[in-house]
Design a binder for this molecule. Structure first.
Ligand SMILES: CC1(C)S[C@@H]([C@H](NC(=O)[C@H](N)c2ccccc2)C(=O)O)N[C@H]1C(=O)O
Length: 364
């Protein structure tokens, strides 16, 4: 499928081969997409426009935990496991992204999935899985609680490397961003440091932003494309929720990963969001290069690399650039969708986007 760069949208920095979070060696991504029914919303029946996305930091090797750090851009949201991550600086198991009302089910099913795949001595690692959310309340029958354990198991079991599906998939299925169809987006950047080179990858679930605020390549696209609004004004109202997962193979400490996660905010800012009052804008960064075996009494993960300022700046810049591009990729990949009560949310019109960027001399 065409992605933002294919349309000629200019981005700085060098992406990895896939320009996806899976460019960070070992990271796998799986989706479970639930699309069922049309017409009037009948709670418990549908229409269903929701799902689950799984990010496995170290693929199917669940024996080690990864160093991690979080950043809260605006805290009206949920990311389970946060207290443990803040306290210890690492977590075990996958990162799950879903709709707000499915957090409990995804948490429950993920803990069971881990129990069934870890030796009993390591079950403890699955006690508090990381699950984060945005609210798919307009297109989806959120109060129907349609996500079930088998959907969670499917996202986890089907997780794979390679190209990552974007837009109306997994946790992004029913999401709306900048009053266009939103959803899952991903991107990556390569960071040469000395004679080594590292990768920063991003996967996000975009459900945020007001149309008039949308910026793409610095161009006020939201103000230039004022039509194609959702067929129900309320669906375009207080939209502002976005969860961002950053991965890197750079062996950073929890403190450095917190700093990296905070840079996602600067990438979000390049997309025009102002972090609305009910915005759950949460970021989590983890390192596949700094891990600890489950059960090992090691309480702090130090980095085997002494990072000098310029090196950290390279990683920070990569986080900003990859977040910005993952956001645009989510909008480019998303497709027009009709959901609950016949609400239609339109995809970002690519040809019109290109002509707007051309008018601003921002089409490469
Ligand atoms: C219902 C709303 C006012 S909350 C907002 C929604 N916020 C979130 O997704 C937050 N994580 C969240 C915060 C608090 C409870 C549940 C979810 C979003 O940005 O889409 N959308 C508005 C709306 O649709 O009118």
């Amino acid at each position: 499928a065409l992605r933002a760069r294919d349309l000629g949208i200019p981005f700085d920095g060098e992406p990895g081969p896939l320009n996806a979070i899976t460019d960070v060696t070992g990271v796998l991504v799986g989706h479970s997409t639930l699309i069922k029914g049309t017409g009037k919303r009948v709670v418990g029946e549908g229409p269903v426009r929701t799902g689950v996305t799984a990010v496995l930091p170290r693929g199917r090797d669940l024996s080690r935990m990864v160093a991690a750090g979080r950043a809260v851009i605006n805290g009206t949201g949920e990311m389970t496991g946060s207290w443990l991550i803040d306290e210890t600086g690492y977590f075990g198991g996958p990162v799950m992204l879903t709709g707000t009302t499915s957090v409990g089910m995804v948490h429950h099913a993920t803990a069971r999935w881990l129990r069934d795949r870890l030796p009993p001595s390591q079950w403890i690692a699955g006690l508090i899985p990381v699950v984060t959310e945005t609210l798919d309340s307009h297109l989806n029958d959120v109060w129907g609680f349609h996500v079930q354990a088998e959907h969670v198991f499917h996202a986890l079991d089907s997780a794979q490397g390679g190209t990552v599906a974007e837009g109306n998939v997994g946790g992004g299925t029913g999401m709306i961003a900048f009053a266009f169809k939103g959803g899952i987006g991903t991107a990556s950047r390569r960071v040469p440091i000395g004679e080594s080179s590292y990768t920063v990858g991003v996967l996000l679930q975009a459900n945020h932003g007001k149309r008039e605020d949308l910026l793409i390549a610095g161009v006020p696209v939201g103000r230039e494309i004022g039509d194609l609004m959702p067929t129900r004004a309320q669906a375009a109202a207080d939209k502002n929720s976005l969860v961002i997962i950053l991965a890197t193979d750079a062996p950073l400490t929890a403190t450095q990963l917190r700093r990296l996660a905070r840079r996602a905010a600067l990438g979000v800012g390049r997309g025009g969001s102002i972090g609305g009052y009910m915005s759950g804008e949460l970021a989590l960064a983890f390192s596949t290069g700094n891990t600890v075996a489950i059960g090992q009494q090691q309480q702090t993960l130090t980095s085997p690399t002494a990072w000098h300022g310029e090196a950290l700046n390279g990683l920070f810049k990569a986080a900003v650039q990859a977040t910005e591009e993952a956001l645009v990729n989510s909008l480019v990949a998303a497709e027009t969708m009709t959901g609950a009560d016949g609400l239609t949310v339109f995809e970002l019109p690519e040809a019109r986007l290109q002509s707007v960027l051309k008018r601003y001399n921002r089409l490469s």
